[in-house]
Every structure is written in structure tokens, then in C-alpha cells.
Design a protein around this ligand. Structure first.
Ligand SMILES: NC(=O)c1ccc[n+]([C@@H]2O[C@H](COP(=O)([O-])OP(=O)(O)OC[C@H]3O[C@@H](n4cnc5c(N)ncnc54)[C@H](OP(=O)(O)O)[C@@H]3O)[C@@H](O)[C@H]2O)c1
Length: 258
């Protein structure tokens, strides 16, 4: 009997699965034989992503659910999302990659409103996903929640104080949830630069993004900017390894070495 196809028949809920890294996780989970529910902010974005995934994987068991995480009703909204996903099949693995555009600024531009805006998606949502996951997932180390942080947690950069604060906070949240929710496993992936729509939604034009990526490609030991297919492997690994909890898996092209 095969010992390593641990995801065959399992059910992934990918929150942020319409685009970018989450979309890579959707593809990786499907290729590993899992059923996938992908979620995004609107019915239109979910329908578009679902149509593309179904065209690429015609026999995949994949469905989509919209859930806008930006509202103050987010806990109730998440509860409904998990319940709707679990109605098709019990959820085994949850991946959170949903992210709003990066809000970078000089320190003199920080305001209480900006702190709250940045914290909603990057602190409140992950904490509430942990709370809601505990209500809906089996109490088992066979089940997992994987959050997303970022290389900025370890590698400061001018203008990124608030995002660095949230990303470093996410590593603490991950480790503590791993104890609070045990034996459910809780881990996080820490990507470095990845070529996703996040850059465009943050306000980079294609030319600006290419200029930044060209510059970093020359500096990074791997010689290229990360792809969603590369980074998605970390999420797939964390779902498979029932011995891993409280871990921050880093996939960042050696950015930390330079
Ligand atoms: N890309 C990088 O270089 C990089 C580097 C380090 C860390 N990260 C982290 O990795 C994670 C994934 O980033 P990414 O680059 O894949 O982002 P992305 O390409 O911008 O995708 C963002 C996802 O979040 C969803 N989303 C946005 N607003 C939402 C809302 N209000 N409610 C529900 N879903 C919402 C989007 O869904 P819709 O399309 O349906 O709105 C989309 O599926 C994030 O935590 C990010 O901070 C990324």
C-alpha cells in the first residue's frame, strides 16, 4: 500500500484560492488527489477561478464559495464558509492565503486607522480562522491549518514596519495556536518574493514590478523570483506531515543569505 499519497481523497479549504499562492495550493492539492473548496472575496472572482481550474483539471472534485473577509461580521462569515464547505465532505486541511494589498508607509504616516486596516486581514482574520477551524475540523493531527506570513518578518525593509509587525506577529500566533488547538496542527509558510497578483493590487505597474523582480533576481542565490508552484509545495508538505506543528516553513530563494 502506498505510504506517501496522504492527500488523496482529503478535503482542502483554500481561503484565498482564487489567485496567487492560494491558486497554486489549489492546483497542488488537486494534483495530489484531494477534493478542494476554493474561496475568494466575491462570487465573480470565485466563479472565474473555478472555471479556470475546471478547464485545467476536468475530472477534479473542486467547488467554490465566496466569503468577503473584510467585514466586521468576519467570524460569522467564516463560520458559514466552513459549514458550507464541510457540507460536501468533512474538511481535513485549511490553508489561509487571503491578503489585501500591502500598505507600506513612512513611520510619520502611520495612523490608528492604518494600523487597524493592516491588522484586520493579517491579524484578526488569521486568529478568527483558527477559532472557527477548531469548531469545524476533526480533533486530530491528521488535520491541519496553514497560515501565511512573509519574509519581512525576519528581514526589515524601510517603509514596511506595519507589515513586518503583522508578519512577525503571525509567527507567534501560529506557534501558540499549535498548542491551543492541539492535536490539530497549525503551521505557517513564510514566502519571500513571489510573482503573484498581489504586486499589481498593491499598485505596482507591470514595468515597476519587472524592475524590482529583475533587480532581486540578480541578487537572490536561486537567481529568480519565487513562483506560486514552488511556494505551494510548502503548504502541501505541511498538510502531509502529521509530525509538523507550530512550524514556520520558509521558501524565499535564499533572501536571508544576502
Ligand atoms: N506575493 C508575495 O511576494 C508574497 C511575499 C510574502 C508573503 N506573501 C503572503 O502570501 C499570502 C498570499 O499572497 P498572494 O501573493 O498569493 O496574494 P494575491 O495574489 O493578491 O491573492 C490574494 C487572495 O486573497 C483574496 N482576498 C483578497 N481580499 C479578500 C477579502 N476581502 N476576502 C476574501 N478573500 C480576499 C483574493 O481573492 P479575490 O481575488 O477573490 O479577491 C486572492 O485569492 C499573503 O498572506 C501574502 O501577504 C506574499
Amino acid at each position: 500500500m502506498a505510504k506517501f499519497n496522504k492527500l488523496a481523497g482529503k478535503h482542502f479549504l483554500v481561503i484565498g484560492g482564487t489567485k496567487g499562492i492560494g491558486r497554486g495550493v489549489v492546483a497542488g492539492a488537486i494534483e495530489a488527489g484531494a477534493r478542494v473548496t476554493l474561496s475568494g472575496s466575491s462570487p465573480a472572482s470565485v466563479a472565474a477561478a473555478l472555471a479556470e481550474v475546471q478547464a485545467e483539471y476536468p475530472s477534479a472534485r473542486v467547488s467554490g464559495l465566496a466569503c468577503d473577509l473584510s467585514k466586521d461580521t468576519v467570524e460569522q462569515d467564516l463560520d458559514e464558509l466552513f459549514a458550507a464547505a464541510a457540507a460536501a465532505q468533512a474538511i481535513d486541511h485549511v490553508v489561509l492565503t487571503a491578503a489585501d494589498p500591502l500598505l507600506t508607509m513612512r513611520v510619520d504616516e502611520i495612523t490608528i486607522d492604518k494600523v487597524r486596516r493592516v491588522a484586520h486581514m493579517r491579524l484578526a482574520v488569521p486568529a478568527l480562522v483558527g477559532k472557527v477551524a477548531a469548531r469545524h475540523l476533526r480533533v486530530s493531527c491528521e488535520c491541519s491549518l496553514t497560515l501565511s506570513t512573509g519574509g519581512i518578518a525576519d528581514h526589515p525593509s524601510p517603509g514596511w514596519s506595519l507589515i513586518a509587525f503583522m508578519c512577525a506577529g503571525l509567527t507567534g500566533l501560529t506557534r501558540n495556536l499549535a498548542l491551543d488547538l492541539k492535536p490539530l496542527r497549525v503551521n505557517a509558510v513564510e514566502p519571500g518574493f513571489v510573482d503573484t497578483p498581489l504586486w499589481e493590487s498593491t499598485g505596482f505597474t507591470a514595468e515597476q514590478k519587472n524592475a524590482v523582480f529583475d533587480e532581486w533576481s540578480k541578487k537572490l542565490p536561486t537567481g529568480h523570483i519565487g513562483t506560486v508552484e514552488e511556494v505551494a509545495e510548502a503548504y502541501i508538505y505541511l498538510a502531509k506531515d502529521s509530525n509538523a506543528t507550530g512550524e514556520i516553513v520558509k521558501t524565499r530563494g535564499g533572501h536571508n543569505l544576502i
